[in-house]
Write a protein that binds this ligand. Sequence first.
Ligand code: DP6
Length: 350
Amino acid sequence: WILMATARAPTNIAVIKYWGKRDEALILPINDSISVTLDPDHLSATTTVAVSPSFEKDRMWLNGKEVSLSGGRYQNCLRELRNRAGEYTDENKGIHIEKYDWNTLHVHIASYNNFPTAAGLASSAAGFACLVFSLAKLMNVKEDLSQLSTIARQGSGSACRSLYGGFVKWTMGNEMSGSDSIAVQLANETHWDDLVIIVAVVSSRQKETSSTSGMRESVETSSLIQHRAKVVVPSRILQMEQAIRNKDFSSFARLTCADSNQFHAVCLDTSPPILYMNDTSHRIISIVERWNRHEGTPTVAYTFDAGPNAVIVAPNQKVAMDLLQRLLFYFPPARDNELSSYVLGDKKIL
Ligand code: DP6
């Protein structure tokens, strides 16, 4: 016999960034973070998992190519799931699995990303959230999403936020075990559904410094990161929660841009400095800043993760289209290799 389960999980974009760990193995952060989960039709992972007594070992395929499961992060997720697996019976098919059987049964995992890997947008967040959720279904794990988020977190920190739609907070927690370092939903996907996200693909080149090693170097060498984690982020988290609750776009935009800029300032304060943004990223910032100044209030927000691609948030479809037109004016299609604009969703992201 063979049992299968399939799930899909979207990626998420942090508006208050996670940067820095206090425990590398358990993936425990030094500050809370807040993100918005994209519409699953766009940047998402789809994973099918299967179990059968005939499988001889755990195996995984990513976009059709076999990958190794030997890394600590995969092993930690699989172990946590097996510890929580439940029994399963299907009398018609004559299947009975006891809880402890999951320790000897092997799984096969096939995962696909629906976004062009060449766009440099590949994200471990959607991948690990999807892996954990689909295996939890298969293994009959009876835990709620916040508990599953503690497992996805051990695959990749940002993955814990992709288990929920809408706006999500990853609470850093205080426990050494990580039991309280969980994701919570602040608002569901219908709460602020006018928002539009534009991903401007500035470069499809693989980033030089991964988030994992970049944040390790920042924790070791930056003094700004301590001030950020202890003083700036705690107050920004409260303000951001309020802005989301009240759908206050100008506060939301001000905080999002400021947090992205401070995260990149921490990268620059790292030794040797980490430069994720390039000249095109900087031009996008100045175009948006000039536009917002001209309007007298923040009209759109930008945020950049560990790479040069811009993520722009507009309050509605009309502003998104105006902005896109402006970007295409500054980066005409003839220079498509420098920037290709790419709208996510015909109307909304949430
Ligand atoms: C800049 O979650 O990729 O995107 O936990 O080491 O896997 P690991 O790092 P990862 O870091 C994401 C960093 C970020 C900010 C964010 O998503 O909050």
